[in-house]
Design a protein around this ligand. Structure first.
Ligand SMILES: NC(=O)c1ccc[n+]([C@@H]2O[C@H](COP(=O)([O-])OP(=O)(O)OC[C@H]3O[C@@H](n4cnc5c(N)ncnc54)[C@H](OP(=O)(O)O)[C@@H]3O)[C@@H](O)[C@H]2O)c1
Length: 149
């Protein structure tokens, strides 16, 4: 088996579109937790959930923690693992049809980028995780909202 230090990529700011939905609840939240638990999530990586639901950062963290306790292969959530992960999780309320929401997201990403060590200004350092319905046509992509990146 490969050692974690050989497999861990550079830190990034990860945006989860559809963060309040079922795919995030069942799959993405447990996957991120287990990557972190196995020390495969790069130091400095932060995650931003995007959705229309009106969560605060803390409410979103509590929501994900409940999801992990329900669906993770390893549970209950280990307190020390969770505490270090939770501080990297944020939420941004917005709708795909609202360019202003993406502008606000871009500003938030820039602030978080500095926190994660900087250097995240290229797309490769901001991988979007799509957990949204595949339509309508304004599904979140850099080509539709270029100023976001
Ligand atoms: N669930 C699974 O296990 C699973 C497995 C494989 C593939 N998938 C695929 O993953 C995708 C998502 O499925 P899901 O089950 O997670 O659906 P879901 O529970 O309905 O969640 C949809 C997510 O997209 C967000 N969303 C929808 N329209 C939006 C808009 N206009 N602006 C901003 N956010 C919007 C919702 O936010 P709000 O609710 O906050 O509005 C919610 O977070 C689908 O394409 C599905 O086929 C799902």
């Amino acid at each position: 088996m490969l050692e974690a230090r050989h497999m861990t990529p550079a830190a990034c700011v990860m945006v989860i579109f559809g963060a309040s939905g079922d795919l995030t609840r069942r799959k993405i939240a447990p996957a991120l937790y287990n990557l972190h638990r196995e020390r495969l999530l790069p130091d400095g990586t932060v995650m931003v959930g995007f959705g229309r639901t009106d969560f605060t950062d803390d409410q979103f963290r509590g929501h994900l923690k409940g999801n992990i306790n329900e669906f993770s292969r390893e549970r209950p959530v280990q307190r020390d693992v969770w505490d270090t992960l939770a501080g990297r999780i944020f939420y941004h309320r917005g709708s795909y049809g609202e360019p202003r929401d993406f502008e606000a997201l871009r500003e938030k990403l820039e602030r978080l980028d500095e926190r994660s060590g900087g250097g995240g200004s290229s797309c490769t350092r901001r991988p979007p995780v799509k957990a949204s319905p595949p339509y309508p046509a304004w599904a979140p992509t850099p080509s539709i909202h270029p100023r976001w990146w």
